[in-house]
Design a protein around this ligand. Structure first.
Ligand code: FE2
Length: 433
């Protein structure tokens, strides 16, 4: 007797419909038809079954704090940082934990089961660090939560940031963070990159920098990061997040830079939801997009994984723990509308995110962990298009969440019906092909 049998699943690589057998915390078989009984049977009916979503860039200490103590009037990154500075002294461990756990509940309902969260270490009390370490422990059975020691106000610009960062790492924070473009000078920014790379190398830790989140075409810390990652041989565990300034770089410089990034082996994590709203704020028209050079990075073989960054906080007032919403925005904001590229955005918020976080490849396979999501869509592009409902979310063989399919009851004259948004079938003749 199996524990769970998922019938008629389409897989993200196009195979299907296939049955998926789960015993304990493992997938034991994936085959055209599995003749067996199970305690729980889920009929996917030709819908997509995929690995859980991954968010490699988030700020869980700030999430769900929208409006506290006030709203961001200008919509800029700098007002967001100032606003967070007003909220920081008011934080309590209980309040941070309560917001973070509420967010984790939402994440589970959206099939989002791996999150890398930056945590600001510029508060000398390390209130948020203490709270999120406890949250990491509490959610460990169902969410892989990694924490990044993030000097929001600058490693050198904020008086105790370096000591606080080392204290946070000693407390068990997983990843070294930084924000070179926010240091006082370009030279300080470059110095911070070198120092942070050396801390990561010495402690055998991963490194994830907010890097060149700016419209300044001369903000070029990602070049230093690539060089230092190569020098120290740590590129595979290094992430450059945002990297929006690359949008504004001179094209010739970009052709020199991108091969250096590829050579280093580091990962790039753009955050399309927030950066399409934050960037270009000092432009009149034409107004720049806030996205880095995704197609060119992909073509050079760099692992690119999209992050969400924020949900209802000083920087971004929307968001819903939905990585399909992130992929959907990436399709528009980059833009990348070929079928191959749209399919790739789905991979970016699953497999590529896992690679950026240093997690095992989550591709569904016999012998692998029984971590999967059943979507109300038949394939990855439809999932992105519809931001598809997560019908079932399973982690280590346990069903964590179920959502009823979205069905509209239409009472149109002569056309009464239950309308499934995923019921249309334009795939073979899609004009976008
Ligand atoms: Fe961020």
């Amino acid at each position: 007797m199996l524990d769970i049998l998922v019938r008629q699943a389409n897989l993200p690589d196009g195979r299907g419909p296939l049955d998926i057998a789960i015993q304990g915390d493992k997938i034991v078989s994936i085959a055209a038809h599995i003749e067996a009984e199970a305690r729980e049977e889920i009929d996917a009916s030709g819908r997509l079954v995929c690995p859980p979503f991954v968010d490699p860039h988030f700020h869980m200490d700030a999430t769900l704090s929208l409006g506290s103590p006030r709203l961001n009037q200008s919509g800029t990154l700098l007002e967001g940082i100032a606003l967070w500075g007003e909220l920081k002294p008011l934080l309590t461990p209980q309040a941070v934990m309560e917001r973070a756990l509420r967010y984790c509940d939402l994440a589970v309902s959206q099939g989002l089961l791996a999150i890398r969260s930056h945590v600001d270490i510029c508060d000398d009390r390390l209130t948020a660090v203490e709270a999120l370490i406890e949250v990491r422990k509490q959610v460990a059975p169902y969410i892989d939560l990694q924490l990044v020691a993030f000097p929001q106000d600058g490693l050198y610009r904020s008086p105790n940031a370096e000591d606080n960062l080392l204290r946070a790492l000693d407390m068990g924070v997983d990843v070294v963070g930084g924000i070179p473009h926010f240091e006082r000078t370009m030279a300080d920014g470059a110095r911070s990159v070198t120092r942070l790379c050396e801390i990561a190398a010495d402690r055998d830790l991963m490194l994830d920098l907010h890097c060149d989140e700016s419209d300044d075409p001369l903000s070029r810390h990602v070049e230093t990061l690539a060089a230092e990652a190569t020098r120290l041989g740590i590129g595979s565990r290094v992430v450059a997040s945002h990297v929006t300034a690359m949008h504004s770089y001179d094209n010739y410089y970009a052709t020199k830079l991108i091969p250096l990034i590829a050579e280093s082996g580091m990962h790039i994590v753009p955050n399309p939801l927030i950066n399409i709203t934050l960037q270009g704020r000092s432009d009149t028209y034409p107004r720049r997009r806030g996205l880095t050079r995704v197609p060119e990075l992909r073509a050079a073989g760099v692992n690119v994984a999209f992050g969400q960054d924020c949900t209802m906080d000083p920087w971004y007032s929307l968001g819903s723990a939905d990585m399909l919403e992130v992929a959907h925005m990436a399709v528009h904001a980059v833009p990348m509308t070929s079928r191959e590229a749209m399919e790739w955005t789905f991979t970016s918020v699953t497999q590529n995110g896992a690679a950026a976080m240093g997690l095992p490849d989550p591709t569904l396979r016999p012998g692998g962990p029984a971590n999967l999501v059943v979507l109300q869509a038949r394939d990855p592009i439809e999932a992105v298009r519809l931001k598809a409902t997560r019908l079932a979310v399973i982690k280590r063989g346990k069903i964590l969440s179920r959502t009823a399919p979205r069905l509209a009851t239409l009472t149109l004259p002569g056309r009464p019906q239950m309308l499934d948004p995923a019921a249309y079938a334009p795939v073979a003749s899609d004009p976008l092909t």
